[in-house]
Ligand binder design. Structure first.
Ligand SMILES: Cc1cc2nc3c(=O)[nH]c(=O)nc-3n(C[C@H](O)[C@H](O)[C@H](O)COP(=O)(O)OP(=O)(O)OC[C@H]3O[C@@H](n4cnc5c(N)ncnc54)[C@H](O)[C@@H]3O)c2cc1C
Length: 404
């Protein structure tokens, strides 16, 4: 047989990937871990620590070096998300919203002028970005969005509407809105009645752009902020339109695929942490004169968690390997991997709590936070039901992929 294909490690395919993993793992254990419990409890985003990711070169992971990025690939994004989520999935969600929903989108679809002007600021962490897609009345049904933009005779655009659930939408306790928003608005309707979408870059300080309510009392992901954004007669210059007006569907589809793999990668980090902690605990804890790992029911929790963790890890890294960040067309597996990995992570976190008994139910032992954070992954970036719908649709269009 040709080649040394057995030597391929899907999760660390090159030396560069291994080095990235080891750098982020050290950062997570030394700097994220000690602050995670407190920021979850206080529902606060650690902006100062977030900016440190910029110094480490992580905020423009997939941005070409000429714009201040690291020029890496989808596998590198999966590695960073996994390692950050091992300690602090909430912090990682803020990273995902900035890196995968704003920065990578701009790097793939922005004009040379937009990239030169904005990418260095977001890659360094001077500016924090977010993505405004969902609305109070339109989530899964995204093409129903009601935020509109109309063009003035001088070429500028007037935006009106509200966006809901925006991660990084508010940056601090004073209600400071995100420095820059990747915003989808309706600029027309096609002959089938579907929205024609246009992407706008809305910068803080633009009149008519403000933060609405900060969403409090979330079940999980409390170390990231979630907010409503308000656009009231918000005038955006023509140079802040991305691509051709009315043709942003491609940005949206491509970015959702990328986001879904990123969210699945967070699930891998959560699963690894919970498996690790339940496995250690099962050796340390004794009941009825034995280690609890000697009980068959505990073995079932650990055994099932190990196999689900290994399966999700293989599926996530194999999907990332095939992703070209400049192209759409990976929907089947980006939906598939998120559908499987997110629920598996939640179930593994649930088993970890069960194995750890009363201690598992308490913040200090981490796994209850992982369980709360894991639940969001079944909703954000597409609900489980939307993945089921998409997969079934794609398999009816092309059933031959099942046999490939
Ligand atoms: C913490 C958090 C962070 C978020 N961050 C962002 C962000 O940064 N940017 C952003 O734009 N959005 C963000 N979101 C929004 C998120 O993507 C939406 O919540 C998600 O897409 C679901 O939309 P919805 O909440 O409106 O639920 P709905 O779409 O109203 O769904 C309600 C229920 O109906 C089901 N349903 C809907 N349509 C169908 C159908 N056709 N078939 C079967 N079932 C269906 C859903 O699966 C779900 O179970 C965030 C959400 C949260 C909670």
């Amino acid at each position: 047989m040709d080649g040394d294909w057995r030597g391929l490690d899907l999760s660390n395919p090159t030396e560069e990937h291994s080095m990235l993993r080891s750098m982020v793992r050290d950062f997570a254990l030394e700097e994220l871990e000690p602050q995670a419990l407190e920021h979850d409890r206080d529902e606060r985003f650690n902006l100062a620590l977030f900016r440190k990711l910029g110094e480490m070169g992580l905020l423009g992971l997939t941005v070409p070096p000429e714009y201040g990025g690291a020029g890496m690939d989808a596998t590198s994004v999966v590695i960073v998300n996994e390692e950050l989520s091992y300690s602090d999935p909430g912090f990682c969600l803020a990273f995902l919203a900035h890196d995968q929903l704003f920065v990578n989108n701009l790097a793939r679809s922005g004009s040379a002028e937009q990239k030169e002007r904005i990418l260095p600021k977001v890659c360094s962490g001077e500016w924090i970005g977010c993505l405004g897609m969902s609305e109070p009345d339109y989530g899964t049904d995204v093409l129903g969005m009601q935020t509109t933009a109309e063009q003035n005779s001088d070429g500028s655009w007037v935006i009106n509407g509200r966006k809901m659930w925006i991660t990084n939408g508010i940056l601090d306790e004073d209600g400071t809105p995100a420095d820059v928003v990747w915003l989808y608005a309706r600029t027309g309707t096609d002959d089938k009645g579907r929205a024609q979408l246009t992407t706008f870059l809305v910068e803080r300080g633009t009149e008519g752009y403000s933060a609405g309510q900060k969403i409090h009392d979330k079940l999980g992901m409390r170390a990231s902020t979630t907010a409503e954004l308000v656009f009231e007669d918000c005038v955006v210059p023509p140079e802040n339109v991305v691509g051709t007006p009315g043709e942003s569907m491609i940005h949206l589809m491509r970015n959702l695929e990328h986001e879904r793999i990123g969210l699945a990668a967070m699930s891998v980090g959560i699963a690894r942490r919970c498996l690790n902690d339940m496995n250690n605990y099962a050796s340390e804890r004794e009941a009825f004169g034995k280690q609890i790992r000697d009980f068959g029911q505990i073995q079932r929790h650990i055994g099932e968690s190990w196999s689900e963790y290994r399966a999700m890890r293989a599926y996530v890294y194999d999907t990332a390997r095939q992703i070209d960040l400049s192209e759409a067309g990976h929907r089947l597996d980006s939906d598939g991997v998120k559908l499987f990995a997110t629920t598996a992570a939640k179930n593994i976190a649930d088993r970890a709590i069960q194995v750890m008994g009363g201690y598992g139910y308490v913040g200090e032992y981490v796994v209850e936070r992982m369980w709360r954070d894991a639940k969001l992954l079944e909703i954000g970036g597409g609900t489980l039901e939307s993945h089921q719908k998409n997969i079934t649709k794609d398999l009816s269009r092309d059933p031959t992929v099942i046999g490939e």
